[in-house]
Design a protein around this ligand. Structure first.
Ligand code: C5P
Length: 221
């Protein structure tokens, strides 16, 4: 049986992380927040005094990354998001992180991965794909609340500017630009509560799972 992979892509603070975590709980699958990989590469490259624009230097950090380094709270900061999107433009960095993501997706029962290029590049054959989005203003409000809750003092306008800059950089880059896969279901969470978004995602994935089970010739797991 092919692993049941759920690909959850979308821009920053769209709700994709929450949706991915809920789907993991509901379907009993492990979840990988792939943004953490890029955040770790950005933060560790900077800590080592490396040049973020130097693809080879950042790729060397990516190649040496271990899962144990992903729990660092410093990866959740506003600055780390910016560093991540700068190193994420390098194809060499993306190549160095590919095997880790594919191995995670290849676990026997399947997995949930959230990011920007899961449905397009990492797992193009995933049986369930969602593209989660919301307006920049709503996303900025959510991220601003989250950062304030973490004790990071920042104004809403600055968070909105961050979001717009990251959308632009992630969408315009040559290497695996952020985009909706043609076969991904669009989930616009602008007007939704967390519960509503999680419920809509569950319905999309249940339908995808039914199609996947039919194509696998199995009657359920
Ligand atoms: O999802 P998160 O906001 O943590 O991602 C941080 C940055 O990492 C993104 O803005 C993007 O540049 C990069 N990223 C990526 N591909 C992924 C996940 C994240 O390029 N699959």
């Amino acid at each position: 049986m092919t692993p049941f992979v759920i690909a959850v892509d979308g821009p920053a603070a769209s709700g994709k992380g929450t949706v991915a975590a809920r789907l993991g709980d509901l379907f009993g699958l492990p979840v990988l927040d792939t943004g953490l990989l890029y955040r770790a590469v950005g933060v560790l490259t900077e800590r080592a005094g490396g040049d973020l624009d130097d693809a080879a230097a950042a790729a060397a950090v990516a190649a040496g990354l271990s899962a144990a380094q992903l729990g660092d709270p410093a990866l959740r900061t506003r600055a780390a998001g910016e560093l991540a999107s700068r190193v994420a433009v390098h194809q060499q960095v993306r190549d160095a992180l590919l095997a880790f993501q594919r191995d995670f997706a290849g676990q026997p029962g399947g997995a949930v991965l959230d990011g920007r290029d899961i449905g397009t590049v990492i797992c193009p054959g995933a049986p369930a794909k969602l593209y989660v989005t919301a307006t920049p203003e709503v996303r900025a409000e959510r991220r601003w609340k989250q950062l304030s809750g973490q004790g990071e003092p920042v104004g809403y306008a600055d968070v909105l500017a961050d979001i717009r800059r990251r959308d632009e950089r992630d969408g315009a880059r040559d290497a695996a630009p952020m985009t909706q896969a043609p076969d991904a279901e669009l989930l616009d969470t602008t007007e939704m509560t967390i519960e509503q978004a999680a419920d809509a995602a569950r319905r999309i994935v249940e339908a995808a799972r039914a199609r996947w089970q039919a194509s696998e010739g199995t009657s359920g797991r």
